[in-house]
Each structure stands twice: as C-alpha cells, then as structure tokens.
Design a binder for this molecule. Structure first.
Ligand code: NAP
Length: 330
C-alpha cells in the first residue's frame, strides 16, 4: 500500500462520546483499525473508499478530524510519541497502540496486510523520535507525576483505588511503606499486587476486600489516596465523607479519573489534585520542555515527509517540504 492511501480519523473524547456499539460499527469487521484510549479514538483505514464506507457505518465520523497520506502518518507518529496526549511526551500511549495493533492483527484481514509494513515503520520511527528528541524530557508518565506530587509518604499507607491500565502504570511509582489496593474486581487487584511486588519486592502491598465498607475503612486510615477509576457521584460522596472524618488531617488525594471539568462534589475537598490540576502543574514546569516537545513534533513531520518518498527513504529534507503540513503546529 502507498502511504498516500493511509486514512486516519480522530475523535477527541472531549467532543465525541462514542459508545461501544459505535466503536464496533467503526471497526466494521476488520475494515478499520480502531485505537481507543481515554482521551481519543483513532480510526485507521486504507483508501478513500474505505473512509467513505466508514462514514456510512458511523455518521459521527463526518465531523471527526481527518488526515490522509503523509499527514495521517505524521499524526499517528505524534500520537504514538505521546505528543497528542494531554500529558505531552507520556510513554504509556505507545504501549496502548502496540497492544491495540496486536489485537487487531491477531485476526488477519486485507487491512492488516495493507497496514503491517507501515505500522512496523511507525513503531521504528516512534522509538527513534523518542530516543533522539524526548529521552531527556524527564520522566513523563502519570506515575512519575503522581510520585512528584506525593513525595515519600510518612503519614500512613497509600491507598490506590483501581487496578486497570492507569493503576498498573502508577502503582510501581508510589513511594510508601505500605500500599493498599482496592478494586471493584478483587482478582484484578491481586494481579496488580503481584506485578508491583515483581518490580518492587520490598514494597508491602495489601489487597483489600472489594466491599464498599473495606474501601471506606481504608480511606479513614490512609495517608494519601490515589484514584485510578472514573468519578462516580454516588460512591464519591461516601469517599469524601470518610476522608473528612479522619482523625489525622493532612495527606493528599490524587484523582486521575476526575476529568477536565472536575466534579462539583469534589470542590473544596482538602488535599485534592485532579487530572486537570496535574496537567496545569506540568504546563507550568519548564520552557525547556516546550522547546523539546516542539522539536519532537517537527521530527515527526520530517519523518512523515521522508516516508512519503517510500518506507526506506533516508535522505534528509528541507523545511520547505514541511510547509505541506497544516498540522505540524508551533
Ligand atoms: N489510561 C490512561 O492513560 C488514563 C490517563 C488519565 C486518566 N485516565 C482515567 O483513569 C480512569 C481509569 O482509566 P484506565 O485506563 O485505568 O481504565 P481501565 O483499564 O478500563 O480500568 C478501569 C478501572 O476503573 C474501575 N471502574 C470502572 N468503572 C467502575 C465503577 N463504576 N465502579 C468502580 N470501579 C470502576 C475498574 O474496575 P474493574 O477492574 O472492577 O472493572 C478498573 O479498576 C478513567 O477515568 C480514565 O479516564 C486514564
């Protein structure tokens, strides 16, 4: 397949709430590769006809951001390098994309055969941009940011709520004498505890019973709490009440499921940092970070120009070629 046939549609979660049935319709029996993350859904197809069919299957696609050819490649590269993420430069997204490709390509299809060589090149370029432009960026992961925020906890155990993808990336970073893990599905919490102990054998790690009472009792004894579950207006009221009723004040709550708009019930809760506060802290960090991210974005565009000449082209290109990209950004 030529790069000019590559088609990408981008649905930002803030603008589109795609239901599971819509995502399945977008995939349309292996006719599109659908990458779904908590911030966006990216749909990859080959050829304009496939894109038109996708819009027929999923009318919302008509309003999505669309990219073709080298621009589509540049977008995928920025996406895989974490440059589209709100935590710019974060590393977890690459793992999510690789996992999504593994699942999609496990069922061979015409599209998976068409895309495979471009996906291989994409993964290679992602590693290269990360290594050359982003390696000295400082650790850009949700875990590292949470650790920076909490520091070493001395007041009591740290309670981690959730055992999904985000909790798995955050848990190994938590510096605490004892980690308490609570999750709705206890088996997933047990699996997470096993992973933490594999990486941090010295970390005392206790999996709580999955009842609401066990969770609330842990809120009352925890020094800090990290939530890696979506906000839940009913459960959150009880959590806030348990936090407020503690005998020892102090400590922090980091709620990574608390979206951009926040949630009114959490307003004024002492020690709270939501996801948007965390992004704000990062923005305020250093100008140097901004310079590096801009360089990495340019590098993605340069690579896309190069790839449009063929998957193995290596000749460097001038900036005049990059003018073709409406989406490079500053
Ligand atoms: N992944 C990221 O990079 C990222 C980044 C920033 C923010 N977030 C936010 O963090 C939260 C978790 O994301 P994730 O990627 O870890 O998702 P995930 O892998 O799907 O895991 C979801 C977690 O939330 C729990 N959960 C979901 N609905 C629940 C409910 N109604 N009551 C109690 N527990 C519930 C799940 O428990 P079970 O195991 O019982 O299903 C699991 O622990 C989301 O709000 C997401 O928007 C994620």
């Amino acid at each position: 397949m030529k790069l000019s046939e590559l088609q990408v549609l981008h649905f930002e979660a803030a603008a589109f709430a795609l239901a599971p049935a819509q995502l399945a319709a977008a995939g349309g029996l292996q006719q599109a590769w659908v990458i779904s993350t908590c911030q966006r859904v990216v749909v990859v197809t080959a050829g304009r006809a496939a894109r038109a069919q996708l819009i027929e299957r999923l009318p919302a696609a008509a309003g999505a951001q669309g990219f073709s050819g080298a621009e589509a490649y540049a977008f995928l590269l920025r996406f895989a390098c974490g440059l589209e993420s709100r935590l710019a430069g974060e590393t977890e997204i690459f793992g999510q994309i690789k996992e999504s490709w593994r699942a999609f390509s496990a069922t061979p299809s015409l599209l998976s055969r068409q895309l495979v060589s471009w996906v291989q090149v994409l993964f290679k370029d992602t590693k290269e941009v990360r290594a050359t432009q982003l390696s000295s960026l400082g650790s850009a992961s949700y875990g590292s940011q949470v650790r920076r925020l909490l520091g070493a906890t001395t007041q009591g155990p740290t309670l981690l709520i959730g055992a999904g993808q985000l909790a798995q990336t955050v848990a190994p970073w938590l510096e605490t004498r004892e980690l308490l893990i609570w999750n709705r599905t206890r088996d997933r919490a047990l699996e997470l505890a096993r992973l933490v102990q594999e990486r941090r054998a010295e970390r005392a790690c206790r999996v709580l019973d999955s009842s609401e009472q066990a969770e609330l009792a842990a809120w009352a004894q925890a020094g800090d709490v990290v939530l890696c579950v979506p906000a839940d207006s009913q459960r959150d009221a009880a959590r806030i009440a348990a936090w407020r009723s503690r005998s020892k004040p102090g400590g922090r709550i980091v709620h990574l499921g608390l979206g951009q708009a926040g949630d009114a019930s959490w307003a004024g809760v002492p020690g709270l940092t939501g996801l948007s506060d965390l992004f704000e802290m990062l923005r305020a960090q250093s100008d140097q970070r901004g310079v590096q991210l801009a360089r990495a974005r340019r590098s993605c565009a340069e690579k896309a120009v190069l790839r449009s000449l063929g998957p193995s082209a290596t000749q460097a290109h001038g900036w005049e070629d990059l003018a073709a990209f409406a989406t490079i950004g500053p």
